[in-house]
Ligand binder design. Structure first.
Ligand SMILES: CC(C)(COP(=O)(O)OP(=O)(O)OC[C@H]1O[C@@H](n2cnc3c(N)ncnc32)[C@H](O)[C@@H]1OP(=O)(O)O)[C@@H](O)C(=O)NCCC(=O)NCCS
Length: 172
């Protein structure tokens, strides 16, 4: 029995995260993410850590006051079907809730997985233009066959402002 923890990514995880993602970007299931790109967006990432081995990643990218995208979701093949994908998505939803962002979407080939987690399919045209700024780097941009799914997080789950965790305190 191995213990897996879902935690925020750290700089030391980046080479292993890039390897996990590369396996799927080679198969065109995910957009390619270089190590530099991951470092620059490290605050967005959560990882699945199996006793020191990075076996899954996901990122939450905020677009605006009420819209965030789940990106770069991957679980290494040998570790799939253990609920890690679900836990990674749920971690993103928690991050969105903590930031008071209520609408989360993904562009995906595994829409059934997301539907299983309470997402529903929306027309890609419904997404705002800025969402496509990353996609222009994809070779499939002009004939994108990904499916857009989104979930509105329950208002009850969105914590009131004063519940946002305070990591440090000072008096000035
Ligand atoms: C999609 C992916 C992240 C799922 O990860 P996983 O850890 O195997 O999934 P989980 O074990 O957490 O599955 C959770 C639930 O979703 C279901 N599920 C998993 N993959 C599914 C799929 N492709 N279609 C429908 N349901 C799926 C599982 O049966 C499970 O159901 P349960 O809660 O009733 O047991 C993984 O298959 C993956 O990395 N795929 C390649 C990269 C990719 O396509 N990423 C998505 C980019 S948006």
């Amino acid at each position: 029995m191995n213990q897996v923890i879902i935690r925020r990514a750290e700089a030391g995880d980046v080479p292993a995260m890039a390897l996990v993602l590369a396996k799927f970007s080679q198969d065109k299931l995910l957009l390619d993410r270089s190590e530099d790109d991951i470092y620059q967006h490290l605050q967005e990432f959560v990882v699945a850590d199996c006793e020191g081995l990075i076996v899954g990643t996901v990122a939450l990218h905020i677009y605006g006051s009420n819209l965030a995208e789940i990106r770069s979701l991957a679980v290494s093949k040998d570790f799939q079907k253990n609920n890690l994908g679900k836990m990674l998505v749920q971690a993103c939803e928690t991050m969105a809730e903590e930031l008071h962002v209520a609408l989360v979407f993904a562009l995906t080939y595994v829409s059934d997985f997301f539907i299983h987690l309470g997402y529903h399919i929306v027309p890609k045209e419904a997404l705002p233009y800025k969402v496509w700024t990353v996609c222009v780097h994809c070779e499939k941009f002009s004939h994108c066959d990904e499916i857009a799914v989104q979930k509105r997080l329950s208002d009850e789950m969105i914590k009131p402002m004063h519940m946002i965790p305070i990591y440090n305190k000072t008096e000035i």
